[in-house]
Structure formats: C-alpha cells, structure tokens
Ligand binder design. Structure first.
Ligand code: M6R
Length: 614
C-alpha cells in the first residue's frame, strides 16, 4: 500500500528518494511521485502513474535531478480516493504552490473540509482526500497567517482518520515536518541528515538510528536540529532513538525470475530458522514470551486475530492449540474483531498474527485488546514493526524480508511458531510429556521432506498447466487442512485472477456442489488420518458429477489413484508437517498457473503487500 520516503540533509535527495521508492515497491502501488526543494528556492514536483522506473525515466528526461537543494519527499500511491492517475498521485500541493505533502492513510472528514475550503475560493485539482489536507495547511499558512509549524498542527487537529504525512514549504526551506496518527512513520537520524519512511525499508541502508514516531506525534526537523512533539502541543518530548539491528539484503532474485518463486524455495531455511535455537533437550524456548508465560499458560480462552493469509495461519493455530493444550481458541478477522462485541478482558490472551506488522485492522484489534487489559502476543516477521512494538510480548517468524505480495514463506513460518506455541502450552499444562514434545519436533527430518516436495516441482508444474484455463476452482480439506484449502484458493485468486474457493470438504454438499461440472477442477487435500474415509466419500460425490479431481496426499492407496485425474504424493510425516508440505504444493500450483498467464506474480493487480488502511 502507499509508501513514504523523505530526506533532509546536504546531499542530492533524488538518488536517495528513488532508491527508497524502489524499496517500497513491494508494498504494492499504482503511481509514484517526488517533490524536491530546488537550489533556486522552487518546488519541483514530478509524478507518474505506473511504476517507479517510469518516474525515473521521466526525471531523466526532465534533467532536473541536479537541481536539488537537499530536501525532498516521495511517495508510492495505492489508490483509495480517486483513480490511479498522474493527477491523483502524490505529492500534492496547496493552491499557492508553496506547500507540498505526501500522505499515507485516509482523511475521513475530507468532504466537509473540502466544502469549507471551496467556500474560501480554494480550487482543487485532484479527487483525493490528501489534497484536502495540504490545502487546509495552506489555508492556515496563507489566510490565517500562522507559521508553518502551527499551520500543520492546526490542520491536523481538524482532520479525522488515519495519516502519516511529510510536509515541505518553500517559504520555510530549512524545515521538514512529519506527523502520524494511525499510519506508522519512522524517523532515521545520521549526523546532519534525516530520513523519514513509512517503514524502515527505505531508511536502513542509510542509518540504523531510528525513532518510531508514536501515535499523534510530530517530528519537526529544522536545519540540523529536530524535535519531537505531540500534535496537540508544541512541547518537546523525549527523543527515543533506537539502534536497530535489521538489515535488508539487496533485493536479489538470484536464479529465480520472481521473488515469490524464490521465497517458496527459501522455506527450507525459513522453517529451520524459525525453529532453530527455540528447541533444546529441555523443551521449547520462546524467549519473547518469558515474562508473560505464567499468565499465558493459565489462560482459559485464547483469541487469535489477523487478516488474509495470517488469518488462515490463525485457524491452523486454533486447531493445534486446542489439540495439544486443550484451551478453547476463538479466531476472528481483525477487521471484525475491532468492531464486534468481543469478550476480551484482562484475563484474556490475544494473539495477533501479521507478516508485515503494519496491517491497519490488526493494529486496531491489538489496541482494542490492550485497552481491555488482555495480554497481547504478536507473531510477526518484521522487528521494529508496529505489531512487534504494540503487543506485550511475541515471537518473530524469522523468514527475512518477504517481497512477493502473495505471502508464502511467512505463512509456513507462522504455522511453525503456532506449532511451537501449542506444544509448549500443552507441555506447561501437563498434557504432553517431554518425550512426546521431542517426537513432534524432529524438524531436521521435516526439513528434508520440504526438500523432497520442492523436488516435485516439475510434476506440479505439469499438472498446473493442464488446468490453467479453468475459470473456477474448489479447494477442499478437513480439520487442519481446511485452512490449507482456504490458503490454496487465496493464492490462486491473488496471483492468477482465477476464481477459487476453499471449503471444508464435507460442507461442499451444502451448496458449492451446485457449481461442479466437467470443467471444474477440485483440489482435495487428503492426509491419511481419521477423516480419510470420509473425504474419499466427498471425492466420490464430486467424481460422480464429473468434476475433475486433483489430490494432494501422503497415501499410496490405489483408491485415491483411481479417483484422481491427477495426484501429487507428498512424503509421510506428522499432521503439522503435512500441512506445511501440502501448502508448498499449492503455492507452486498457483505460481505456475499465474506465470503461464504472464502475470507479474510479485505485484498482482490491485493488491498491496501491507494493507495500512482499514
Ligand atoms: O502483513 P499481514 O500478515 O498482516 O498481512 C495480512 C494480509 O494482508 C496478507 O496476508 C494478504 O492476505 C496476502 N496478500 C496474502 O498472500
């Protein structure tokens, strides 16, 4: 989703900002823009719909790159209000053309403010809520004659909604102002240089000294100095500079054409990294939960909240925790959790799962749980992210930067953490013996099996290509594999734009079976477990309606072979590992269908990696 990078210092800002925009591309966007204060005291704004490389091309042609005075702001836009075109892209300026702003988030009361400004003869150029904010700042600066800082403050005090903003004013060329409410913003400091980012990805290359702006805070950079204040009052607050130990490797696809493909293959290491150091002869160590463990292990109800793929991981977590630790678990989409009457109180444990750690709904759910006095536990992939900072405690999935918009390695790492957590809870509640925990955690063997599945890639590709022209798919699984079916269907939808639905296999009779005909592929996930015979009946039901059957299984039974149009055999393993292996098959299956349609699977249309608005 929208991304911000800004620079204030003595260097030419363009290379820094363009590099930052590339770093932000993974979030998903449809246009990009940059504004820079020139040596001649002007503001130069360049915007383009499409990719950052198109903006770069435009800048080269304009030959304005050399004209920079040292301050600039840049943005990748994911359209919310108004079409994804050049006019609506950021930065936006006020009517006088003196003030320029980039914004992440949504200004909810933009309509009455726009009407008020129009009554004062302010003319609008774009359809965006963002332009309303910069025009309001301009109104306070030009009409009410407040100074720059007061104008920003006055405008922000009048807007509702979420924002992370950076503002420049050519009449106050030494100043840059950043502020946030709802949307995250990070300030990077290096001697006489300052960097602002919507996350650390465009900043870490330059400095590891970071201030995570807190909600409703402003950073005012003036010359070589800066202060942090609240939006309400111009009183300096403590500067909480953190030294972060987080490197983002140069984006490198290695031998792969797409990051998604690389990330699917990285699961051998990422699952290993997520477990490594957390399992020893005495059991499972989850250091990040240490302080809160006595309360967590006594919980008599657990809530899990998340969005998208992370929510699917939550469903698997529910199954594992209920199975091993016998604690009831309620899983709820974060977007529902934040508004529903949820029975969370100060005896509750609320687990929030998020790859990016910046998903707006998940953060709102965490705030709600924190306010209710619950213990909040984050399962998150990005150190320093809002989820990792706003939960009481947590466990990191250690899979490194996930670039592909479609989550792959983060999902298997999330279920790995949930597996560790469920086993640790089971052991702490005396429901599992030391030896049974040990037996579950033969992960070296498990990793070997991931390798074996990845070796089947060409077979999976062949099968995927047979079905690439289908317009609808059903994914069916039971128990732990129902969320796998949901995740398989989501992967296909996201990157191939084919309609797909996941269902519990037996539920299919209650409606979706009406869709089945000879053109419809049905992907069954079939472990040899207690529901095996039942799921065979479900397959028969589809078969007798001529549906195409694709089976992913660890069983060599002839029955399955006879029922399947295509069958992918995965190695025998435990329940948890079956889930991981079946997921990897489905990731590859979706990947090859999408690639055959020449889709950029790393940045599929309309999607954002990190959904930072409600
Ligand atoms: O960063 P998060 O895990 O909080 O993101 C949640 C969803 O937006 C995310 O999983 C989304 O569904 C992905 N595109 C899935 O591939």
């Amino acid at each position: 989703m929208c991304g911000i990078v800004a620079y204030k210092g003595y260097k030419n800002c363009y290379p820094i900002l363009l590099n930052g925009l590339h770093r932000l591309e993974y979030r998903g966007y449809d246009s990009a823009g940059v504004a820079c204060l020139t040596k001649h005291g002007k503001l130069s704004i360049t915007k383009k719909s499409g990719k950052v490389k198109h903006l770069e091309q435009l800048l080269k042609n304009k030959d304005i790159i050399q004209d920079c005075r040292g301050s600039g702001i840049a943005h990748t836009r994911w359209a919310t209000h108004g079409k994804p075109n050049q006019i609506n892209s950021h930065p936006h300026k006020d009517q006088s053309g003196d003030i320029v702003l980039v914004h992440n988030g949504i200004i909810e009361n933009y309509d009455p403010i726009k009407k008020f400004l129009q009554s004062k003869k302010v003319k609008f150029k774009s359809e965006t809520d963002t332009e309303v904010l910069v025009q309001l700042i301009g109104y306070f600066f030009q009409n009410v004659k407040l100074d720059f800082q007061q104008s920003v403050r006055a405008a922000l005090q009048r807007v509702d909604g979420a924002y992370g903003i950076v503002v420049l004013n050519k009449k106050s060329p030494d100043m840059m102002i950043a502020a946030r409410k709802g949307s995250p913003l990070v300030l990077g400091i290096k001697d006489k240089e300052f960097f602002v980012g919507s996350d650390i990805s465009p900043i870490v290359k330059h400095t590891q000294n970071i201030i995570y702006l807190e909600d409703a805070q402003m950073a005012i950079i003036d010359g070589n100095d800066y202060k942090i204040t609240s939006i309400d009052k111009d009183v300096s607050l403590p500067k909480k500079v953190e030294k972060i130990d987080y490197k983002i490797d140069d984006y490198d696809k290695g031998k792969f054409k797409f990051f998604m493909h690389k990330e699917i293959h990285e699961q051998i290491e990422t699952i290993n990294n997520t477990i490594k150091g957390r399992v020893n002869k005495d059991g499972i160590l989850l250091q990040g939960l240490f302080k809160y463990w006595p309360a967590i292990k006594r919980a008599d109800k657990i809530f899990i909240t998340a969005c998208g793929t992370s929510w699917h991981a939550g469903l698997i977590g529910k199954n594992l925790i209920e199975r091993f630790a016998e604690v009831p678990v309620h899983v709820e989409y974060a977007s529902e959790f934040r508004y529903n009457k949820t029975l969370v109180d100060n005896n509750s444990v609320v687990i929030a799962i998020s790859q990016s750690g910046e998903t707006a709904d998940t953060l709102a759910a965490i705030h709600k749980a924190n306010e209710a006095g619950a213990i909040t536990v984050g399962i998150c992939n990005v150190p320093g992210s809002s989820v990792s900072r706003e939960t009481n405690c947590g466990v990191f999935t250690r899979c490194g930067h996930e670039v592909g918009v479609a989550s792959t390695k983060a999902f298997t790492a999330q279920i790995t953490v949930l597996y560790l957590l469920a086993l640790k809870l089971g052991r702490s509640r005396n429901l599992l013996t030391k030896n049974s925990v040990k037996a579950h955690l033969d992960y070296k063997n498990a990793i070997k099996k991931v390798k074996l599945v990845l070796r089947k890639e060409l077979d999976i590709k062949k099968i995927a290509l047979k079905y690439k022209n289908a317009s609808d798919f059903l994914y069916l699984g039971r128990g732990l594999n129902f969320p796998v079916a949901l995740e398989g269907a989501l992967k296909l939808k996201e990157i191939s734009y084919i309609h797909a639905e996941g269902y519990p296999a037996a539920e299919m009779k209650h409606g979706p079976i009406a869709l089945v005909d000879e053109d419809m592929p049905n992907v069954f996930i079939v472990p040899k477990d207690k529901t095996y015979d039942k799921i065979i009946s479900n397959i028969e039901e589809i078969k007798s309606r001529k549906g195409k059957i694709i089976i992913i299984t660890d069983s060599r039974d002839k029955i399955l072979k006879n029922l399947a149009n295509d069958l992918i055999l995965i190695p025998k393993t435990n329940h948890y590992m079956f889930v991981v292996l079946a997921t990897i098959v489905l990731q590859l299956f979706a990947y090859y269908i999408a690639v055959s349609k020449k889709i950029n699977v790393d940045q599929p249309r309309n999607l954002a990696k990190s959904v930072t608005v409600e």
